[in-house]
Design a binder for this molecule. Structure first.
Ligand SMILES: *Cc1c(COP(=O)(O)O)cnc(C)c1O
Length: 387
């Protein structure tokens, strides 16, 4: 084990201005949930991504749950969902007692395959059980093929929820990722491109819907002086202290995107020449925020699996991870319907088998990144020596 300091996959990167907003909250005693920082953070984020309204909540997962509630997803309803994602995308489907149907990725964005989605719609229509919603994920900061996906969903009249937890700051054809569906969701968890230590945002152009979201997120209190409730609610709002952290983080978001993209570029420059390593593509007409630098390993060519490389990096106290394990392969979702990209090809299975995520924090120094690169070259060369 190396005695060098640990290099993390993605660690929080403060701007230095967070304390100012926190102090404002303390000085005015706005410690409780809600307050001027929450209002400010909502307005500033809505304006940044270019939507009418945003509701700050306690997590990205909570935002997805609220979106499903607003679309009236109930027990027994179907919801289509990207398979290659973090489990948080689909857990709220289970909270509602609904049935997830998982959709494969396509190779150009690693996100939802329009072909697989079309297939799922055709079957569901035949069964007379169209989904109530489609959750499209924008993985690792790359927007999905929104034009194609939206066209299919519009044709069937089914609303889209965009899980943009990983793609804040990214763009699709000049428009911010997370603003294409009826609802968009961002996360400010500790490892995301900006963080409030924990938090999320639900965005939409439908202000009435977001008013309802705020109502549901504050225990669904009816307007009455006594505490009266006619609907099931949640305690999902963001605190005024954490929203202060978010405001300061949002101020530097564009710098964070630039820093992550520069880290990606340095990896490509140093490792792009190795035959058998292929970096996650950036679809033409989109801006990838490169939240995490991810690549696939041709195991036949390099004699090396992602886990071999992850273990070798761990020896140097460097954190790396496999690509998300697709949800259709998770024990939690055993027996759930799944639509692959092609009858004989599941792209998400391939990406999981061969994919790896490298340390990509915007606060990673050039020296730290050099340590990662040197180890990868060393491992690749030593495998080449054995062959
Ligand atoms: C992080 C993440 C979430 C959940 O966000 P939380 O704020 O941690 O609840 C949802 N979907 C994806 C794709 C994520 O990466």
């Amino acid at each position: 084990m190396s005695d060098q300091p640990r290099i993390f996959l993605s660690s929080p990167h403060m701007s230095g201005r967070e304390q100012k907003y926190i102090n404002d909250a303390f000085e005015t005693n706005w410690i409780a949930p809600l307050g001027p920082n929450v209002d400010g953070f909502e307005k500033e984020l809505a304006s940044y991504v270019g939507v009418k309204d945003a509701a700050a909540v306690s997590s990205g997962t909570a935002a997805i749950h609220l979106a499903l509630r607003l679309l009236d997803v109930q027990a027994g309803d179907r919801v289509f969902c990207s398979s290659l994602t973090f489990v948080a995308t689909a857990n709220p489907i289970l909270y509602q007692g609904a049935e997830p149907v998982f959709i494969d990725s396509e190779p150009e964005t690693w996100n939802m395959s329009p072909d697989a989605l079309e297939g799922a719609f055709v079957d569901s229509e035949q069964e007379g059980r169209l989904p109530k919603a489609v959750i499209v994920v924008n993985l690792y900061g790359q927007s999905a093929k929104m034009d194609e996906l939206m066209a299919i969903c519009d044709r069937y009249g089914v609303p889209v929820i965009e899980d943009a937890a990983e793609s804040l700051g990214a763009e699709y054809k000049g428009k911010k990722s997370g603003t294409f569906g009826k609802f968009g969701v961002y996360s400010f968890n500790g490892n995301k491109i900006i963080t409030t230590s924990g938090g999320g945002m639900l965005v939409s152009n439908e202000e009435t819907a977001l008013r309802k979201a705020r109502f549901l997120a504050t225990q669904a209190r009816d307007p009455a002086p006594h505490y009266q409730h006619s609907e099931e609610g949640y305690n999902y709002r963001m605190s005024n202290i954490l929203a202060g952290v978010g405001r300061a983080q949002l101020e530097v978001l564009d710098e964070r995107v630039a820093a992550r993209r520069a880290i990606f570029d340095r990896y490509v420059e140093a490792l792009g020449g190795i035959e058998g390593l292929e970096f996650m593509p950036e679809l033409e007409g989109t801006l990838h925020n490169r939240w995490l630098t991810t690549l696939t390993i041709d195991q036949g060519k390099l004699g090396l699996s992602p886990m071999d490389l992850i273990d070798a990096l761990e020896e140097e106290n460097i954190e790396a991870r496999p690509v998300w394990k697709p949800l259709h392969l998770q024990p939690l979702f055993e027996g759930v319907k799944y639509y692959p990209h092609d009858t004989d090809r599941s792209v998400s299975d391939e990406l999981f088998e061969n994919g790896i995520c490298l340390p990509s924090g915007s606060n990673m120094t050039a020296e730290q990144q050099e340590r990662v690169i040197a180890k990868i070259i060393n491992v690749v060369n030593s495998k080449a020596g054995i062959r």
